[in-house]
Structures are given as C-alpha cells and as structure tokens.
Design a protein around this ligand. Structure first.
Ligand SMILES: Cc1cc2nc3c(=O)[nH]c(=O)nc-3n(C[C@H](O)[C@H](O)[C@H](O)COP(=O)(O)OP(=O)(O)OC[C@H]3O[C@@H](n4cnc5c(N)ncnc54)[C@H](O)[C@@H]3O)c2cc1C
Length: 541
C-alpha cells in the first residue's frame, strides 16, 4: 500500500488531522491519505468516566473512524515498526492476515501515550487501568461483580475487601472516575438486599497536597470538600508503593484492604515512539517527540507529530498540555499544514490559548475554570455537560447522549453484567486420533505442549515427524511470519496444553534464557519449512 500521507493514530489528533485533510483534498483524499488506527473508532476519553459509572453507554463515547473521516482511507491495524529511511511502516492487520507494509511520502505521528504500571510492584497484575472503552467497561463490570460477590459473603474481613474501591491518582481521571464510582455504588446499593447496612468505601490516594493540580487551588479544595462530604475517603501526600490481590501499601506506612484498585496514573511514552527516537536520534521532551511550531519534527522534512505524543511548543513552554483540547486543534491545523505543503506553500505555526479546564466530580457537581472565570457546583456541572455535548463529534452521538443523560435523571443505573469472561491464556485440549490441530498456511495463534499422546507433523501428504509427550511446537510460527508451514494431526488420543500468543509473547519478552534457548535450531520442530523468524534473526519488527 502506498499513500502520500499516512496518519498514525485515530485519536483526537489523528482523526481531526484526517478530517481536515479530507476537507482540503476533496475526493482525492481517499487515494492520497491513509489513517491507521489500532481500533476503528475515535474514543471521546473525557466522557469515559460516565461509561464506567453506567451513566452513558459505550457507544455514546465512540465515533467510527470510517464515518467520522469519510474522505480518507482508514486502515485498522497496529503499527509494529517505522522505517524512516525507507519511508515505510509495518502494520499488524489482525489475526487472519499477515503483516502489511505501507509506504508513505509524509508521516504524521499521533499515537498518543500508553499506561505503564511496571514501576509499582504488583500493580500490573492487580490494578485496573483507565484509557479506553474496554477499560471503562471492565471497571464497571468489576464493581458489579464485587457487589454480587459481597452480597453472598458472610466473612467480615472478606466483605470489607470486596466493598473497598481504591482509586490511585487525584488528577482529572482519578477524581472524575472516583466520583462516578461513588455515585454508582450509592445508586445501586439498594438492589443488593444483603448489603443494605454494609459500608462501601471509595478511597482516593493522591501523591500531591491537593486534588486536581490542573485547576486553581480553591477549585481543587472545593472538589475535595464535596467528595469528602459525600463519603469519599481521600488520602493526600501518599504514594502507592506496592500491592497484592488483597492489599494496597502506601509510602506513609498505611495499607488498605481491597480487591479492586483503579490506577489513573502511570502515563508513559508510546514504545513505537521511543524506539523511533532512539533509532534515529530524534529529540524528545518528557517522552514526547519534539516538533517545530508547525508540528514538523525537527530536522525531518516529511515527519510530523501532534497530540499527546508530540512536544509542540506552546508560547514559552516547550510543550503544550497533553489534553484533548490541544490534540484536537493541533490535528486540525496539521491537516491544513500538510495540504499547504502538498501545494508547496509554507505551513503555519500552532497557536492556541488554553480555554480552561472542566472536571465533573459526580452527584451533579463539577468544577470549571473557563477563560479565567471559576465556577463550581451545579452550574459548573451544567456547563460541563453542555460543553461536552457540544464538543462530542456527530449529531447521532449528541442525541444519544442527550437521551441517556435525561434517562439518568429519572431512572437508576443499570447493574447488568455485560463483559464476557476473558479468553484463557492457557487452555488444555483433548484430541482424538485424526483430529486436525491446524493446516499449513493457516494463521498461528498458539504455542503447544504435548501433555499426553502423539502428534504427527505433515509437509503436504508426507509425515516428516512425530512428536511425543513433553515435546512442543509453534514457537517459530509465532515469532516469525505468523503462519503454519506444516500441518499437525493427532496420531492417537492426545492432550495438548495451548499457550496463547499473548502469554507466549509475555514469556518471551521476560526471559533472556528462554530467548537464548530459542536461538538454537534444535529447539524447534519443522524449522526446515519455515523462514527464519524475524525476532530470532534480530530484524526490526
Ligand atoms: C480517562 C481519561 C480522561 C480524560 N479527560 C480529559 C478531559 O476531560 N479533557 C481533556 O482535554 N483531556 C482529557 N483526557 C486526555 C485526552 O483524552 C488526551 O489528551 C487526548 O486523547 C490525546 O489525543 P491523541 O490523539 O494525542 O491520543 P489518543 O486520543 O490517545 O489517540 C491515540 C491513537 O493512536 C492509536 N494507536 C496507538 N498505538 C498505535 C499503534 N501501535 N498502531 C496503530 N494505532 C495506534 C490509538 O488506537 C488511538 O487511536 C483524558 C484522558 C483519559 C485517558
């Protein structure tokens, strides 16, 4: 595939850049612009807390990119690597396809940031994160699950843990989501008759001296007072230093018994961006790629960046704030700048004055600072809802949200458990003689270990090997081109342990010993049919 302009990322910056380009390029946009995004939706993150709190449905806060950016070609896939010299990127397009190479003339980086909890022991395994719609649904489901479990529990200690919800981080996400959790549990508690007299705790832990450091001190204090009045426990000047499945430990010596912790901290630079900066010695500022005011990356004529992954100068500051407000406006201007460049005209510098900040803290209360004027309470909440309704892209979404918000005023929140049980990372499977495990040419999803029995491997009709108990296969397909190069059929009643690609990847990335061992050809079966896997031969992914 080849495009004049490839936009990497379909968030605020990427989607608005694509929309703006489509406007300037007209019908030719479909051929000239490719928008790559891991999901085919643009997520309106400022409203995610309302999804977690069951005030809004997940569909209310997303916009299909194919509808939102109609005039460009949308490619759904995960960018694996970027090669600036060849002006090429490699895209993982999904389970049933092989990687795709996309060529470009100009590349826009708008891939946002990621969450990395690895610095706090126990957090990656036990904490929930809050970045996309799936996370919001997972949080909602987890809270409902805890209430369901608690309603059947009689052990007091277990009950306390089940009914304590900890939110880490007192910025926008933490305060808004904490407020929503509080509203949700208070709203639905009466549906759980066994819990009528039980105490439900929502504890917010923040490392700073006051909540919402993004707004003025008086508004931050106001939010704290209001949340405390409604029963939220707020611990300031404390950091989580570790956690287990049942407990959160703080640096002030305190610990909290809980089974549910939400982390809203741990924003980290995108690994694709970090790799790129390292490989091509691109300047970065706090994990964001440094650009000129026009959003062109310094020293690279055809590389551009916007949004959370970019450090676009803002007045005397080296980078504008990582907010939707800035990402959206940068995206819009960047689309225009690229259109100007295609016409050999000069791009324009980005200039935008922060219009203000808004945070809804639940229970029809918000804090707002707009153009220097401060509001709080119901009026601020009303302004919050009006502004976000106005900002939400698409008339259909706006109407849906209006209906949901109106219903929310009159009806209780929904406690339906919607999220299915996640796929198992490890599974055992039983096969009878002759059962086919896979055919050559099919995509590979698993690594297999033979627990019992025998498996025959075939090259066409020729059986070239029989594997027995304790032997394994599949690693080369997972590390290589993602396809099977032989067929596998059970030679007798056989039990296999299948390890999912995700689990295998985690193991592979965590253990040097495992990687060293896999470098040896004798560690593999069927290698005579496969090309050398990329990851084994050290080729960039
Ligand atoms: C819970 C929450 C609440 C927030 N509330 C507010 C608020 O109230 N007000 C405000 O102004 N800001 C808020 N923000 C911040 C705001 O959402 C971000 O600043 C904004 O989304 C940044 O836009 P972006 O386009 O740079 O990145 P994002 O919106 O994060 O988009 C990144 C895009 O890149 C794609 N991507 C990432 N990696 C790859 C890859 N390898 N391959 C392909 N595609 C990839 C993603 O799928 C996504 O489409 C909030 C953020 C969160 C998480």
């Amino acid at each position: 595939m080849k495009f004049e302009i490839v936009i990497a990322g379909g968030g605020f910056a990427g989607a608005y850049c694509a929309k703006s380009l489509a406007h300037y390029l007209g019908k030719s946009g479909i051929q000239r612009v490719g928008l790559i995004a891991e999901q085919n939706i643009m997520v309106f993150q400022p409203m995610l807390a309302e999804v977690a709190g069951a005030s809004l449905s997940p569909l209310d806060v997303v916009n299909p990119l194919r509808q939102f950016c109609r005039g460009v070609n949308v490619l759904r896939g995960k960018i694996q690597a970027v090669n600036l010299e060849k002006r090429q990127l490699v895209l993982d397009a999904g389970r049933f396809t092989t990687n795709i190479t996309v060529d470009y003339e100009h590349l826009v980086l708008a891939i946002g940031s990621v969450v990395d909890l690895s610095r706090v022991p126990g957090m990656p395994e036990h904490a929930l994160v809050f970045k996309n719609v799936g996370d919001a649904l997972k949080l909602r489901t987890t809270i409902i699950n805890r209430l369901e479990e608690a309603s059947l529990e009689s052990d007091r200690d277990v009950l306390v843990r089940l009914l304590t919800f900890v939110v880490v981080g007192g910025g926008y996400s933490g305060v808004e989501t904490g407020g929503q959790i509080l509203d949700f549990v208070n709203d639905v508690k009466h549906f759980y008759h066994n819990l009528e007299r039980a105490k439900i705790r929502v504890v917010l832990v923040h490392s700073g001296p006051r909540l919402l450091p993004e707004v003025s001190e008086s508004l931050g204090r106001y939010a704290e007072r209001k949340l405390r009045q409604r029963g939220m426990e707020i611990i300031l000047n404390a950091r989580v230093i570790s956690m287990t499945a049942h407990k959160v430990f703080l640096n002030n010596g305190q610990s909290i018994e809980t089974c549910t912790t939400l982390s809203t901290v741990g924003n980290a630079p995108h690994p694709v961006l970090l790799d790129l900066c390292k490989k091509y010695r691109l300047e970065e500022y706090k994990g964001r790629i440094v650009t000129e005011p026009t959003m062109r990356v310094k020293g690279h004529e055809r590389l551009w960046a916007a949004g959370d992954c970019a450090a676009v100068p803002q007045g005397t500051e080296p980078a504008s704030p990582p907010t939707a407000q800035f990402a959206q406006r940068q995206g819009k201007l960047l689309g225009k700048n690229l259109a100007l460049c295609l016409r050999n005209e000069n791009p324009q510098p980005f200039r935008h004055k922060n219009l203000g900040q808004l945070a809804s803290i639940g229970h029809k209360v918000a804090v707002a600072e707009i153009l220097g004027v401060r509001f709080s309470g119901f009026i601020a909440w009303f302004i919050w809802r009006t502004i976000y309704l106005f900002k939400l892209p698409g008339l259909q979404r706006k109407l849906r949200v209006m209906v949901d918000w109106t219903m929310d005023l009159f009806f209780p929140r929904d406690v339906s458990l919607l999220l299915p049980t996640p796929t198992k990372l490890l599974a055992e499977m039983h096969l009878e003689k002759g059962d086919v495990i896979f055919h050559a040419g099919e995509p590979a999803f698993s690594y297999y270990i033979i627990k019992q029995g025998r498996v025959d491997l075939f090259d066409g009709d020729r059986r070239f090997k029989t594997l027995r108990e304790g032997e394994h296969f599949g690693e080369r397909a997972l590390l290589g081109d993602g396809k099977w190069h032989f067929s596998a059929i059970a030679a007798e009643p056989t039990t296999l342990v299948s390890v999912s690609r995700e689990a295998f990847d985690t193991f592979y990335n965590s253990s040097q010993t495992f990687r060293d061992w896999l470098e040896k050809p004798e560690a593999h079966v069927g290698h005579e049919f496969e090309k050398e896997p990329d990851r084994l031969s050290g080729v960039e992914r």
